[in-house]
Write a protein that binds this ligand. Structure first.
Ligand code: NAD
Length: 294
């Protein structure tokens, strides 16, 4: 960890207009958080229904704030108007910073990032919300790798304070500074970390998931493990957390971690996440994972 992230942001020009690629669990959350803290944001996806879901989730969160007396209806409306849904890159030319939050697949991300670079200003910053993929690797085909870094939020975005800002081999100080400043403007606590598969948090979290999967192979009951971890004091156990993260995202992230840390993460045969992924039980996002949801 690079100490006192705040010092990076001191001379950064603030982000006036942001954009996010992907309107899923994370992209939708980033759009809500940015707009509700006063930075307008374009939310782009390739599917209209994802945009609609992203907007309705943001609306639900804003209504919750009104009900709790934390927000006036006028401010909620302003925040909602601050999210511009988009299926194209039409208005990306006046964006200061883009957060990429599409599927956890290195090839998809590389092609989305390269395409985005064509539509943004020379000095605009591109930041990936990848959970595990090396920022240096993602930067390889970019024309302006100095303007690229990681900006890793946690789920749910509106609740989790931490944001990892990841410095790739070629990320410039300006890119780090602007990303730190944007995280602070969103009310988050940024930390600047070095690049490696999983960065800081997921380097700790994924071996924990791997330990859980190994116990399941040995016959452990996932509900009992979850209950035990709750009694231990954690807000939720590993099976429930995997359902929240998304089994598909966890499956892809697992592959990256296994490649990066084969001694700790490689496993023989299939594990619980692999099985659920093959059964298309993607967790809360499609109503079934370890648990079933209404
Ligand atoms: P998700 O499946 O909920 O959403 C992904 C969205 O990206 C979908 O709506 C999809 O239509 C859209 N998409 C795909 N290709 C696109 C493209 N070319 N342009 C625009 N949109 C496109 O996934 P998620 O959970 O939001 O994860 C997104 C990223 O965030 C991944 O890299 C993941 O590793 C990371 N992340 C996830 C979590 C988590 O807990 N789910 C936490 C931190 C980081």
């Amino acid at each position: 960890i690079k100490k006192s992230a705040g010092k990076y942001a001191k001379n950064a020009t603030p982000v006036k207009q942001a954009a996010v690629l992907g309107a899923g669990i994370m992209g939708g959350g980033v759009a809500y958080q940015s707009a509700s803290k006063g930075t307008p944001i374009i939310m782009k996806d390739i599917r209209q229904e994802a945009l609609e879901l992203g907007l309705s989730e943001a609306n639900k969160l804003l209504n919750g704030q009104i009900e709790r007396g934390r927000l006036t209806a006028a401010k909620a409306l302003k925040a909602m108007n601050g999210i511009t849904p988009a299926l194209s890159y039409g208005e990306f030319d006046h964006v200061d910073l883009v957060v990429e939050a599409v599927v956890e697949n290195v090839n998809v991300k590389k092609s989305v990032l390269a395409e985005t670079e064509k539509h943004i200003a020379e000095d605009a910053i591109l930041a990936s919300n990848t959970s595990t993929i090396s920022i240096t690797e993602l930067a390889k085909d970019l024309k302006r790798p100095e303007n690229f870094c990681g900006m890793h939020f946690f789920n749910p975005v509106h609740r989790m304070p931490l944001v990892e800002v990841i410095r790739g081999e070629k990320s410039s100080d300006e890119a780090i500074a602007k990303t730190v400043a944007y995280a602070q403007a969103m009310g988050k606590t940024p930390i600047v970390v070095n690049d490696c598969p999983g960065f800081l948090v997921n380097r700790v979290l994924f071996p924990y998931f791997a330990g859980f999967s190994l116990m399941m192979k040995e016959g452990a009951d996932f509900q009992q493990v979850d209950k035990t971890m709750e009694r231990f004091g954690w807000p939720m156990g590993p099976a429930y957390l995997l359902d929240v993260v998304g089994i598909d995202t966890a499956f892809h992230a697992d592959q990256v971690m296994a490649e990066g840390f084969p001694d700790r993460m490689k496993h023989e045969g299939v594990n619980a996440v692999d099985c659920l992924f093959k059964l298309e039980r993607f967790g809360q996002k499609n109503g079934k994972g370890f648990y079933a949801y209404e």
